[in-house]
Design a protein around this ligand. Structure first.
Ligand SMILES: Cc1cc2nc3c(=O)[nH]c(=O)nc-3n(C[C@H](O)[C@H](O)[C@H](O)COP(=O)(O)OP(=O)(O)OC[C@H]3O[C@@H](n4cnc5c(N)ncnc54)[C@H](O)[C@@H]3O)c2cc1C
Length: 422
């Protein structure tokens, strides 16, 4: 088996993994980034996901990423730019990137990971490191290491639906219709209201049965819209049969949604699909249990923590209904966000393994809390914090995340310009 040795190994090159690897490498750690697909970016490239949602305190790496991937501030990223810009970012930082290599197993001895094994065209590669970061979204490394986890909502275990994002082109430039969320009502100018129209079309079968809102976001280009609408419920993202069932259904739904827009919305008659997600958009899967579990009460109260490594994370509790169309649980009463909350380092330290850090949507939190902190700006900041922590463990010769003084991570992030005390 091929062998590679690193200070820090990051699994998964999505929003969290890229920031983790770049921060670790910029901080002097010899860093590998392992990605199962042929392109880095995760949902930010392959998933066609945008806009970059969620807030954090000023100065995190999310600002650098936005500058690199969004041609117009506030618009969705240009995914072709993003593929190039993110690749340059990791290459310039000196990260060794291993594409088309999926982490498939790990070696664990008691409370330590000794290696992760990735498999690809040249056969298995054994990556040994001092510290590992699991940024696979699904928590694959922690799962393979036997760490405890939760998945789905309490009671029935259902997760949020999977979706395909896509971009349409050919919208009349005089038509300014946008629909960013469930309360974004727009008069179409002829007595019809856009969201009412969507709800009716869902009931009549003109839209797919679980699609009662067709969200439309602006992109950098006036004749385009980013569409977030299709959804398939009751999918197990780890079952290949389910994955193809969802793929087939969502590709059909894309056509149906485009026809609905063409036939009903003034200025949309000539639209066509410009591009779409190349892989299923999975909003939710394993939540790896850490030393702290972030709750919806923490999110709603804007709870602050002494060991915060992400400060002022802010987004609504956005639960796409696991059991039907629209939103669930907080439909008419999304918890009032008193103030943006913190993410404590303890939520990123999986139980049972001392040299593993999680970052991104797989950190430790409840189904409801994850529905808030899963958005990309918050994932970038988590990744940066994980990369800083891993590099500090290496430089200070600290072998356990539990022995790492979080004040060191905070000082390091502040030296990067992150306003953790703001
Ligand atoms: C349909 C949809 C719409 C969304 N809309 C928005 C939105 O509008 N705005 C927003 O900010 N957020 C949105 N989100 C949420 C956001 O995109 C994700 O929560 C975020 O991308 C999570 O980042 P991550 O780095 O944790 O995981 P991911 O983006 O999933 O990246 C994980 C990476 O790890 C790789 N990987 C997985 N397993 C392995 C393995 N075993 N070995 C090697 N590599 C592996 C994957 O290929 C991927 O590149 C949406 C999500 C979905 C699915």
């Amino acid at each position: 088996m091929l062998e590679r040795n690193y200070d820090v190994v990051v699994a998964g090159a999505g929003p969290a993994g890229i920031c983790a690897a770049v921060e670790a490498a910029r901080s002097g750690a010899k860093t590998a980034l392992i990605e199962r697909y042929g392109c880095i970016g995760g949902n930010l490239t392959q998933g066609y996901v945008g806009p970059l949602l969620g807030g954090t305190c000023a100065g995190t790496m999310s600002e650098e990423i936005a500058r690199r991937v969004c041609p117009v501030p506030g618009a969705v990223p240009d995914f072709e730019w993003a593929k190039i810009a993110l690749t340059e970012m990791v290459a310039d930082a000196g990260v060794d990137v291993y594409l088309q290599e999926a982490v498939v197993s790990v070696e664990r001895e008691e409370d330590r990971l000794c290696a992760v094994i990735a498999d690809g065209k040249c056969g298995p590669i054994r990556f040994a490191a001092d510290v590992y970061i699991d940024a696979t979204g699904d928590g694959d490394v922690a799962y393979l290491a036997g760490c405890p986890y939760d998945m789905g909502r309490t009671g029935d275990g259902l997760i949020q639906p999977v979706s395909f994002m896509f971009i349409i082109q050919g919208v009349d430039e005089d038509q300014h219709l946008l629909c960013e969320h469930e309360e974004h009502h727009t008069d179409l100018g002829d007595g019809r209201e856009y969201l009412d129209l969507c709800h009716r079309a869902c009931k009549t079968g003109e839209l797919p049965k679980n699609v009662n809102i067709v969200r439309l976001y602006k992109t950098a280009y006036p004749d385009e819209r980013m569409v977030n609408a299709s959804q398939e419920n009751y999918i197990n993202p780890f079952d290949p049969t389910d994955l193809f069932r969802a793929e087939a259904s969502l590709r059909r739904q894309t056509n149906q949604i485009v026809d609905f827009l063409k036939n009903n919305i003034p200025g949309f008659a000539d639209i066509r699909v410009k591009g779409s997600s190349t892989t299923l958009g999975v909003r939710e899967s394993r939540r790896i249990l850490g030393d702290y579990v972030i709750t919806v009460e923490d999110v709603a109260a804007g709870r602050l923590f002494d060991d915060a490594v992400v400060h002022h994370a802010g987004f609504c509790v956005d639960i796409h209904n696991p059991d039907g169309p629209g939103q669930s649980e907080f439909v008419d009463k999304r918890p009032t966000i008193a103030g943006a909350h913190d993410i404590p380092f303890r939520a990123m330290t999986p139980i049972g393994v001392n040299n593993l850090i999680t970052a991104g949507r797989c950190i430790s939190g409840t189904h409801e809390a994850m529905a808030s902190y899963r958005v990309m700006n918050i994932c970038f900041a988590m990744g940066q914090a994980a990369g800083a922590a891993a590099a500090l463990m290496k430089t200070h010769g600290i072998s356990s995340t539990r022995a790492l003084d979080v004040a060191l991570i905070r000082e390091h992030l502040k030296s990067r310009g992150v306003k953790l005390d703001a």
